[in-house]
Every structure is written in structure tokens, then in C-alpha cells.
Write a protein that binds this ligand. Structure first.
Ligand SMILES: Cc1cc2nc3c(=O)[nH]c(=O)nc-3n(C[C@H](O)[C@H](O)[C@H](O)COP(=O)(O)O)c2cc1C
Length: 207
């Protein structure tokens, strides 16, 4: 009788142990799933928000063309920044002022305010390359807005200077907010190359 009792106790204990072990292993796998699901939840949230923005500066329209093409490819919102004290329309005039601003580290004030800035998770930042740099108004953009928690996707247009020459400046500007900066793209008018670059970014908030 005692033997039978011991056997029953042993079976209960073993069953209990199995339950405990299986609960633990479920917890482990569910905590992995939690990571996964929180990731997928945030992905869903990002998608729902349509949370990407294209901010760009352009004087003669080439960067604007790139920005509009990115908008077509991504469905992102688009915003053109302009200077409070407008650049003159003639090339020599704005080139001279741009040169002065670069040499004297002037950050020209931006005239217009970007609405709903906080809601964007990804910000495409576009500019013409000026003397192998982003124009100084891009510095103002980083002065005026916090990029904390955002992903920055730079793009540029230029006669020949590669994107890589502006990247250190963008990374430095972004570092104040510890924002994530992706490798940028130089648009040369090739829309397929631009679309492929965007696809390659694998950003979840692109359409
Ligand atoms: C002030 C100024 C400086 C420039 N510096 C460069 C340069 O360093 N390298 C280059 O390849 N192109 C340079 N360019 C050419 C522009 O980057 C190019 O024309 C650009 O596509 C203009 O863009 P936007 O039409 O959006 O203003 C410069 C143009 C200007 C006006």
C-alpha cells in the first residue's frame, strides 16, 4: 500500500515538474515572441502613422525633383524649407551668400515651420551639395528640430561630388540627438536607381 502511495506521489511530483518546466519554456519562447510582437506592433504603428517625412532645400529645382520622386516612391509627406531672408534668385547671388555662410559658420534662419514634427519616425533630408558640404541651412534644420529617436535618410544632388563627402557633416549634426543616420544617396536623374535605393533601405514606413 505504501509502495502504491509512493508511486502516486512520485507521479504527481513528476507531472508537477513537467508542468513547471513547460511553463518556463513557454515563458522563454513567449518572451522571445514578446520582442517579436513588440517589434511587429511598432511596425504596424509606424505603417499606420505613415510616419515618414521628406524635408528638403533646393534652389534651382534639382533636389526638389529628387524629393518629389521619393514622395512618389514612399508616400511620405514632403516639406520644402526656405530661408527667412530669401536667397536671391540668381545663381551668383545665392552662391556668394552660401559661400559667406559656410566660411563664417552662419546658420540662416528657416522661414517656415514643419507641422507635426514629432510624429515622424523617418526623415529624408535632401539638399544640393555646396562646396562638398550640405548648405548651412541644413545646420539650421538640425538646430531647430530634435531628431531624437528618428532615422535620417540623407539625399543630395550635385554636379559631381559624391554623397560621401556630405555624410560626415550629416552624421555630426545628427549626433547631438543620437539619431540613426542611414547611408545617403546622390540623385543623378536616374529614377530607377533612386527607387532601388529606397527599396534597399527596407524601411517599414515606406509603402
Ligand atoms: C553655391 C554652390 C556650390 C556648389 N558646389 C558644388 C560642389 O561642391 N560639388 C558639386 O558637384 N556641385 C556643386 N554645385 C552644384 C549643385 O550641387 C547642383 O547644381 C545641385 O543639383 C543644385 O541643386 P538644386 O537645383 O536643388 O538647388 C554647387 C552649386 C552651388 C550653387
Amino acid at each position: 500500500m505504501n509502495k502504491l502511495k509512493n508511486l502516486i506521489l512520485f507521479l504527481f511530483a513528476s507531472f508537477g515538474m513537467i508542468l513547471v518546466l513547460s511553463a518556463c519554456s513557454n515563458q522563454n519562447s513567449s518572451s522571445n515572441n514578446d520582442n517579436y510582437s513588440s517589434r511587429s506592433t511598432s511596425t504596424t504603428r509606424t505603417k499606420k502613422d505613415g510616419a515618414s517625412l521628406i524635408v528638403y532645400f533646393s534652389m534651382s529645382g534639382t533636389t526638389e525633383e529628387a524629393a518629389k520622386q521619393i514622395q512618389k516612391d514612399t508616400g511620405a509627406k514632403i516639406f520644402r524649407i526656405t530661408a527667412k531672408r530669401a536667397y536671391s534668385n540668381d545663381y551668383d547671388g545665392y552662391a556668394k551668400r552660401g559661400d559667406y555662410e559656410r566660411r563664417h559658420n552662419v546658420h540662416p534662419a528657416i522661414k517656415n515651420r514643419i507641422p507635426d514634427w514629432e510624429k515622424y519616425k523617418t526623415v529624408y533630408v535632401g539638399f544640393p551639395t555646396w562646396w562638398q558640404h550640405p548648405p548651412m541651412i541644413i545646420h539650421t534644420l538640425f538646430d531647430d528640430y530634435s531628431f531624437k529617436g528618428k532615422t535620417i535618410v540623407p539625399f543630395t544632388t550635385s554636379m559631381s561630388t559624391p554623397m560621401s563627402s556630405s555624410m560626415p557633416y550629416i552624421r555630426r549634426m545628427a549626433s547631438k540627438d543620437r539619431a540613426r543616420v542611414l547611408n545617403g544617396f546622390r540623385y543623378t536623374g536616374n529614377k530607377t536607381a533612386l527607387a532601388n535605393w529606397i527599396k534597399g533601405l527596407k524601411l517599414t514606413d515606406n509603402k
